[in-house]
Ligand binder design. Structure first.
Ligand code: 3SK
Length: 515
C-alpha cells in the first residue's frame, strides 16, 4: 500500500468527498445574500487553483499572499494553494500600506489575492514589489489586475499534489509584542495536529456543529476556529466579513444560531454590556464559547454565563504553536485561570536560568507539542531563541496553583517592580475592570518625578465621560483589590487601546507614548 498523502487538503477536503460527504455545507456567509460552499464545491474550486497558478508562473513552494476578508474565496484560495503545493500567506486585513510593503517584500510573494474592498490600501505599494508578478482581485474586475473569479472559471481541476506532512504548508505573520513582523512557517501536519487536540479533545467538534468565530481567518486563532476544526469534523463554519461589533455579532448569531462561538475578551465584555442582562437571540443551540488572545477576566466569564447560560472556555495559544495549547475545558472551568495543558501538549515554567519554578512562583511558559512552527523566515537569531529543540518559548509569565492550574502574570517584558516588589500590569488591569464604569484597561510602567517606576493606566470607560472623582475612585478601587503599592499613579481616559491582530494589548506602544 502506498503512503498516505500528507497534504493537509487530502485530510480536510478530499477525505470527506471520497466518503460521500461532499454535499455537506463547509462554509456559509453571514448576511442576507450570504453564499454557501459545500465540501464538494470547495474541492472542485480549490482544485482549479493549480491550473490558475501554473498559467501565471507561480510554482510549487512559491508564496501567494492573501489580503482576503472572511468570504468563501478565502478557503478556496488557501486550500487551493495547499492542493497545488504553493504556500499561502494570509495577512491581517487591517494593516497599513507600510506594513503590507514590509511583509510582501519579506515573503517575496509571487502572487497577491486581495479583496476588492482592500485594493485601495495596497494599490500605492504594488509597483515597488519586484517579486510580485500578479495581483488577483477577489470580488470584482478591476482594470490592470487579474479577475480572480474569471480566472478560476476558466481553470481545470488539478487535484491535490502529494506532499509530506512535514513539508511547509503556509506562513502566518506574527506582529509580536515588539512590532517587527515575523513570517511563521507552518507544516501540513500541524493543521491536523491542532484539530486532533484542541478541536477534538476540548471543543469536541462534531459534524452537526455550526461555528461562528469573531476572530478572522487570517489569525491562527480564527483559522482553527472557523476552518480547520469544523472541517476536520465535516461541520459548518459561518464567515462574517465585517468588523465584529456587538450589534453585528448579535445579528450574526440570530441568523446562524451557532453551536460554538469564538471571540476575544474585549468582544465578550462589550457584548455582555450591550446585552444589558438579556439573553441575545440565536443562542438557543449554543453549547460552548471560546476565548483567547488575552486572559479572560473572571468578571467577563461570569457576566457572559449569566447572560447566555453558556460557559466560555478560556485558552492560550500563539501564532508559533498555531492554536491553543493551554486551556480550560468543558466541565473543568475556573474563571481567572488559563486551565491546564491541552492533551497532546506539555508545559514547563522556568526561571531565567532555565530551572523549573515551584508552585506559586512565577516563571516563563514553555510548550512542547505537535503543531510548533518550523521557524521564522529569515530570522535565525529570533528562531533560535524561540524554538529551543522540542520547546517553544512563549514569552508569557505564568504561575501554577497547588491544583495544577496556570494563572497568567503578564508578558516577560511587561513586568516591573514598584518599591522592589514585582507588579504584573495584568493584575492591575484586572482590578480596574472589576470597577463598574470600566470597559477595558492597560497598565504600563511610567517614571515618577523621582525617576522610579510606578503603574500608569489607560482606561476605556463603558459610558461617555469620566465624571468628577472617578480617577480617585479607580485608584482607591485598585488599592483595595490588589494592594496599596500597585495602584496607578496616573490614569488616562482613552477611547480605545492599541492591540495586535489577535487582540493582545500592545503595551510597547503605550510605553513608547509615555517614554
Ligand atoms: O493569542 C492566542 O491566545 C492565540 C490562540 C490561538 C491561536 C493563536 C493565538 C495567537
Amino acid at each position: 500500500m502506498g503512503q498516505e498523502n500528507g497534504n493537509a487538503a487530502a485530510y480536510f477536503i478530499d477525505r470527506h468527498v471520497a466518503a460521500g460527504r461532499g454535499d455537506g455545507v463547509a462554509f456559509v456567509e453571514c448576511g442576507q445574500d450570504g453564499r454557501r460552499l459545500t465540501y464538494a464545491g470547495l474541492s472542485r474550486e480549490a482544485g482549479r487553483m493549480a491550473d490558475l497558478f501554473a498559467r501565471h508562473g507561480v510554482r510549487r513552494e512559491d508564496r501567494a499572499a492573501m489580503i482576503v476578508l472572511d468570504q468563501v474565496e478565502f478557503p478556496i484560495i488557501f486550500w487551493g494553494a495547499l492542493k497545488a503545493g504553493v504556500v499561502p500567506v494570509p495577512l491581517n486585513t487591517l494593516l497599513s500600506a507600510d506594513y503590507y510593503e514590509i511583509i510582501l517584500a519579506d515573503s517575496r510573494a509571487k502572487a497577491l489575492f486581495v479583496s476588492r474592498e482592500l485594493l485601495p490600501v495596497v494599490a500605492p505599494i504594488l509597483g515597488r514589489l519586484p517579486d510580485l508578478a500578479t495581483v488577483f482581485v477577489v470580488g470584482g474586475a478591476v482594470d490592470g489586475h487579474a479577475d480572480f473569479a474569471a480566472e478560476l472559471a476558466t481553470s481545470r481541476d488539478g487535484g491535490t499534489v502529494e506532499a509530506s506532512a512535514d513539508e511547509c504548508a503556509f506562513w502566518l505573520y506574527s506582529s509580536g509584542s515588539t512590532g517587527r513582523p515575523k513570517g511563521v512557517r507552518h507544516l501540513h501536519g500541524s493543521l491536523k495536529a491542532t484539530a486532533d487536540t484542541f478541536g477534538a479533545k476540548i471543543l469536541g467538534m462534531q459534524a452537526d456543529d455550526v461555528v461562528l468565530s469573531a476572530a478572522k481567518l487570517f489569525f491562527a486563532y480564527g483559522l482553527g476556529n472557523a476552518m480547520t476544526f469544523p472541517m476536520a469534523a465535516g461541520a459548518t463554519a459561518a464567515l462574517f466579513k465585517g468588523r465584529p461589533t456587538p450589534d453585528d455579532m448579535f445579528a450574526a448569531t440570530a441568523q446562524i444560531r451557532p453551536t460554538v462561538f469564538c471571540g476575544v475578551p474585549t468582544l465578550y465584555a462589550a457584548m455582555v454590556a450591550a446585552a444589558g442582562g438579556a439573553r441575545p437571540d440565536g443562542m438557543d443551540r449554543l453549547r460552548l464559547c471560546v476565548s483567547a488572545g488575552e486572559a479572560l477576566p473572571a468578571e467577563i466569564g461570569n457576566g457572559w454565563k449569566a447572560a447566555t447560560g453558556v460557559d466560555i472556555i478560556d485558552g492560550v495559544g500563539s501564532t508559533e504553536m498555531l492554536h491553543i495549547f493551554l486551556s480550560n475545558a468543558p466541565g473543568d472551568i475556573v474563571y481567572g485561570t488559563s486551565g491546564v495543558a491541552v492533551p497532546g501538549y506539555a508545559l514547563r515554567l522556568v526561571d531565567e536560568t532555565g530551572g523549573e519554578v515551584g508552585v506559586g512562583e512565577v516563571g516563563e511558559l514553555l510548550v512542547d507539542g505537535p503543531s510548533a512552527a518550523e521557524n521564522y523566515w529569515n530570522q535565525r537569531e529570533k528562531s533560535r531563541s524561540t524554538f529551543e529543540g522540542r520547546w517553544t518559548r512563549t514569552g508569557d509569565k505564568y504561575e501554577r496553583t497547588a491544583e495544577g492550574r496556570f494563572v497568567y502574570c503578564g508578558r516577560t517584558d511587561d513586568m516591573f517592580k514598584v518599591s522592589g516588589i514585582w507588579v504584573s500590569p495584568f493584575e492591575v488591569e484586572q482590578a480596574l475592570v472589576t470597577h463598574p464604569d470600566v470597559l477595558e484597561a492597560a497598565v504600563v510602567a511610567d517614571r515618577d518625578e523621582t525617576g522610579l517606576e510606578k503603574p500608569r493606566a489607560f482606561v476605556v470607560l463603558k459610558g461617555e465621560a469620566a465624571g468628577d472623582g472617578l480617577e480617585q475612585a479607580l485608584k482607591d478601587h485598585v488599592k483595595a483589590k490588589v494592594g496599596a503599592w500597585k495602584y496607578p499613579r496616573r490614569i488616562d481616559f482613552v477611547p480605545d487601546l492599541p492591540k495586535t491582530a489577535t487582540g493582545k494589548i500592545q503595551r510597547f506602544k503605550l510605553r513608547q507614548g509615555v517614554a
